[in-house]
Design a protein around this ligand. Structure first.
Ligand SMILES: Cc1cc2nc3c(=O)[nH]c(=O)nc-3n(C[C@H](O)[C@H](O)[C@H](O)COP(=O)(O)OP(=O)(O)OC[C@H]3O[C@@H](n4cnc5c(N)ncnc54)[C@H](O)[C@@H]3O)c2cc1C
Length: 192
């Protein structure tokens, strides 16, 4: 059993916490904001593979009751309104589930409620400020002066991730860590 420090309580952090707990580990989630982020964000579309992932957490049916079915999408150029393409959005699962468009807040609320129900600790006001690799695992330091120890640390701290830049990571000897820069190689192409 591993003690897992998860940085960030967005959709990724909470889904990871639920998965790790299901696998027999002990996750604790650390969130920089002072409280839950209900009501924050816009819409997103969960494709059918996302529903498969939610199914492993026992949340597929609850998520299928949120938002609206989105089996197809149309795309338009923002600058001119020119229609670009219509496409099927991932087909349907054998039980008829299609992709659905819902708010980030609805999905977040579902995951957070379930994490809380399953006794997963979510600690707010814990902005990660340092990571120290130790022989046994990792120590996370937070900007409120506290720290936590775990066997592993998972960066689920969003687009401008502190964890993935590796800039806060040192080894227990004080040398820079060997953390790879995991920022995605994907670069958006200009809108032409
Ligand atoms: C308009 C719009 C449309 C979108 N449409 C889609 C879509 O159709 N389909 C889709 O899949 N996605 C879509 N997305 C993207 C989707 O919303 C995001 O990918 C998703 O919410 C990211 O979740 P996350 O948990 O990775 O990050 P976040 O939701 O950003 O959560 C990261 C968390 O980490 C916390 N954090 C940050 N730094 C620290 C730190 N140092 N210490 C502790 N905590 C920290 C933050 O406070 C935050 O709570 C859309 C996004 C937008 C804006």
């Amino acid at each position: 059993m591993l003690n897992c420090l998860i940085i960030g309580s967005g959709v990724a952090g909470l889904a990871t916490a639920l998965s790790l707990q299901k696998a027999g580990h002990t996750p604790v989630v650390f969130e920089a904001y002072g409280g839950p982020s209900d009501g924050v964000g816009g819409f997103l579309t969960v494709a059918v593979n996302g529903f498969d992932a939610l199914d492993t957490l026992g949340l597929k049916h609850a998520a299928a009751g949120l938002g609206f079915s989105t089996p197809r999408m149309s795309m338009y150029l923002g600058s001119t309104g020119r229609h670009l393409i219509d496409f099927k959005y991932g087909g349907a699962l054998p039980d008829g589930t299609t992709a659905r468009t819902l708010t980030r807040s609805e999905l977040y609320g579902l995951l957070r409620t379930e994490a809380t129900r399953r006794g997963i600790r979510i600690l707010y006001g814990k902005g990660l400020s340092s990571v120290t690799e130790t022989p046994d695992g990792v120590t996370a330091g937070f900007d409120d002066g506290t720290s936590a120890e775990g066997h592993l640390l998972i960066g689920a701290d969003g687009l401008r991730s502190t964890v993935r830049t590796g800039s806060t990571v040192t080894t227990s000897t004080g040398e820079p860590g060997t953390t790879r820069d995991l920022r995605p190689a994907f670069r958006p192409t200009p809108d032409t």
